[in-house]
Design a protein around this ligand. Structure first.
Ligand code: C2E
Ligand code: CA
Ligand code: CA
Ligand code: CA
Length: 276
């Protein structure tokens, strides 16, 4: 495995061994996590760059385990993918997010992250349709977020699955745009609703890094001519928000407007909301 060091790095082997052992123990715990109801979703607001109004929430998975505490998804999602657990976990995320979104005003969308392994699962589309039917959430209120990595696998038919997602009326976002190694060819084939500009460009733009500014400008112009929207990710400061507004991204997401929060806190944002 890639955790095994070469002979020249003998002094690091014990540490790597502990790392592998921790992974093994964590994987065993992860196998029981669904049954033990250790998962929950946090919701982070996505706001309009013009009005600051909440347009939707991104569902972000949390794992709270008695032994490991709160484990970051950056750590356990790759583990779940390796252990082939991402399909059942992802189904739980999809069904839970659709149900919880039904408590919000009917204009507010919910975005769900979907990994490549889920997309290539033959039951994926049926599962999504079933989640929408069971929750009664209209397809137009669901957004599916994928990263460029799905296009780097050969023969998985990613483009066909994405076309069917769009045909169902579900919104489709391209997440972490600009951080992958993929070509732009797939933008000719897939009509994404939204391109999500990675936080690294947002940070750079606020610091007036010329390359970051040029890239965001180009992405906004490209999205515009392709009929797609843009969301800037990870805005933390007023400077970042102001720069994003100036550059013309339509939606903003980041700690400045709200951290990922428990479902009841997300609901609280609408306490004074009057649907009439
Ligand atoms: P992501 O999809 O790019 O989600 C955005 C991440 O950026 C979240 O981290 C969020 O908490 C964080 N973030 C949001 N605003 C800010 C900000 O202003 N500053 C900073 N520094 N960070 C910000 P989180 O919740 O730790 O999730 C990490 C990644 O785990 C996600 O990145 C996504 O790739 C993956 N993930 C989370 N939930 C799911 C899930 O249900 N399914 C799958 N397949 N992946 C998930
Ligand atoms: Ca995402
Ligand atoms: Ca992202
Ligand atoms: Ca990310």
């Amino acid at each position: 495995s890639k955790d095994q060091g070469g002979g020249a790095h003998n002094q690091y082997e014990p540490k790597l061994h502990v790392h592998a052992e921790e992974r093994r123990v964590m994987e065993i715990a992860l196998r029981k996590a669904l049954d033990n109801e250790e998962f929950s979703l946090n919701y982070q607001p996505v706001v309009s760059a013009d009005t600051g109004g909440v347009m939707g929430f991104e569902a972000l998975l949390r794992w709270t385990n008695p032994e490991f505490g709160v484990v970051s998804p950056a750590k356990f999602i790759p583990l779940a993918e390796d252990a082939r657990l991402i399909v059942p976990i992802g189904e739980w995320v999809m069904r839970t997010a659709c149900k919880e979104a039904m408590n919000w005003p009917s204009t507010v969308k919910v975005a769900v992250n979907v990994s490549a392994d889920q997309l290539s699962d033959p039951n994926f589309l049926d599962m999504v349709v079933s989640a929408l039917q069971d929750s009664q959430l209209p397809a137009q209120r669901l957004e599916i977020e994928v990263t460029e990595s799905i296009f780097m696998r050969e023969g998985t038919g990613a483009t066909e699955v994405l076309d069917q997602i769009i045909a169902l009326g579900i919104n489709l976002s391209l997440d972490d745009f600009g951080t992958g190694y993929s070509s732009l060819g797939y933008l000719r084939k897939t009509r994404f609703t939204t391109i999500k500009v990675d936080r690294s460009f947002v940070q750079g733009a606020a610091k007036k890094v010329p390359e970051s500014l040029a890239i965001i400008r180009a992405v906004v112009a490209m999205a515009d001519s392709l009929g797609m929207s843009t969301t800037a990710e990870g805005a933390e400061t007023e400077e970042e928000v102001k720069m994003i507004q100036k550059l013309g991204c339509r939606k903003i997401q980041g700690y400045y407007f709200g951290r990922p929060m428990a479902p009841h806190d997300a609901l609280d944002l609408f306490r004074n909301f009057d649907p009439d």
